[in-house]
Write a protein that binds this ligand. Structure first.
Ligand code: PLP
Length: 390
């Protein structure tokens, strides 16, 4: 059976060119980048090249503004705790949204337990934050604003540049979680006016377990990990050289392919959305209709459980998601769908398809062929649906 992978927001397959770039750093160039002999220096050089690529890719002024981490989660933790702790004397207030990834939300909850106050801004029915709400929430105790560049579940792109302008005027640090956008949308730290930006390699055809945090020069931040002097004393631990090289290669390839790929994936996205809404009654799109990630389709198909649809789709070789991968084992409605005002029963009947480089139009056609049949079958067993139809 052909497998159709439509869960690129959860993770992506490592690009063959990325694998090739990484391979030597597991074997003949295995050195520790902190050592002085040539093995180590070769590793260091490759790592610094990757740092240069990533700095250029996001428009950083210097590669010293890039700290490699173990992934998006660590980058988010580092950005939030690092700036909160370093600026405690200035204040204890953080502003964020209820639709952030758990890497941000649970870090905020942790900080709340240690005396920080967190404002969770409202979002509208699409999941968009109003920059004026950010402005109103700022107090003289606010030390950090953290708002994601685009949402991983519903794909909505936030007005980061407008919020960045407000944060800069008020001289408050601004962090964005760009885990879902780097490599998929143009990300420029100057244009977005951010001081901190998190990203993760495995969302752009790089390896898992590598991420980065952009820290604008002059930002007051303390490290999370203490130990050696790696990463300009900002993150101790022997560097994951192969992973970092892979991240650099993934960034380079994304820089080359992103524009054309964005157009291609938007076409697939729009075709699938249109097809689902036309073919399946009681279906709705979640997230913003236009300001959304190129490959993201999130729909609710009322009177059918998301999990049942996923299992049936899996039976046809289609991998999708019913929320975010990290929470798919929890049977609570998605916190994102709940925050955008979707009732729990409708949130439970949601499906997310996220396209990537291997997908073609025939994948969309196949989903549009099998999904209505799956739903028809499941609805036959749904008393609520039968009731609705009379
Ligand atoms: N932030 C967002 C928006 C994400 O989508 C994810 C992963 O799904 C993360 C953070 C966590 O990244 P990582 O898996 O690299 O820890």
């Amino acid at each position: 059976m052909k497998r159709i992978y439509l869960d690129h927001a959860a993770t992506t397959a490592v690009h063959p060119e990325v694998i090739q770039a990484m391979l030597p750093y597991f074997s003949e160039r295995f050195g520790n980048a902190s050592t002085l002999y040539s093995y180590g220096q070769e590793a260091r050089q490759a790592m610094e090249e990757a740092r240069n690529i990533m700095a250029r890719f996001i428009g950083a002024k210097s590669s010293r503004e890039i700290v490699f981490t173990s992934g998006g989660t660590e980058s988010d933790n580092f950005a939030l705790c690092g700036t909160a702790w370093a600026n405690q004397k200035r204040g204890n207030h953080i502003i964020t949204t209820p639709i952030e990834h758990h890497a941000v939300l649970n870090t905020c909850k942790f900080l709340e337990k240690t005396g920080f106050k967190v404002t969770y801004l409202p979002v509208d029915g699409y999941g968009s934050v109003d920059p004026q709400d950010v402005k109103k929430a700022i107090t003289d105790k606010t030390v950090l604003i953290s708002i994601m560049h685009a949402n991983n579940e519903v794909g909505t792109i936030e007005p980061i540049a407008e919020i960045g302008k407000i944060a800069r005027e008020k001289e408050i640090y601004f962090h964005t979680d760009a885990v879902q956008t780097l490599g998929h949308l143009a990300v420029n730290v100057d244009e977005l006016q951010v001081d901190l930006l998190s990203a993760s390699a495995h969302k752009l055809y790089g390896p898992k377990g590598v991420g980065m945090l952009y820290i604008k020069k002059g930002t007051r931040i303390v490290p999370l990990l203490h130990g050696g002097d790696q990463e300009n004393r900002r993150r101790a631990s022997t560097e994951n050289v192969a992973g970092i090289v892979g991240f650099g290669k993934a960034g380079e390839l994304a820089g080359r392919d992103m524009e054309g790929e964005g157009r291609r994936l938007s076409f697939l996205r729009d075709k699938l959305i249109k097809g689902i809404l036309e073919k399946i009654e009681f279906s709705q799109l979640n997230g913003h209709p236009t300001r959304r990630l190129p490959g993201n389709v999130n729909v609710s198909v009322k009177y059918v459980e998301g999990e049942s649809m996923l299992l049936k789709l899996d039976g046809k070789g289609i991998c999708a998601s019913s929320g975010s991968a990290c929470t798919s084992s929890i049977l609570e409605p998605s916190h994102v769908l709940t925050a955008i005002g979707i009732p729990a029963d409708v949130a439970h009947s949601s499906l997310r398809f996220t396209f990537g480089r291997e997908n073609t139009e025939s994948d969309v056609d196949f989903v549009l062929e099998v999904l209505p049949v799956i739903i028809k079958g499941l609805r036959l067993m749904s008393p609520l649906y039968q009731e609705k139809r009379g």
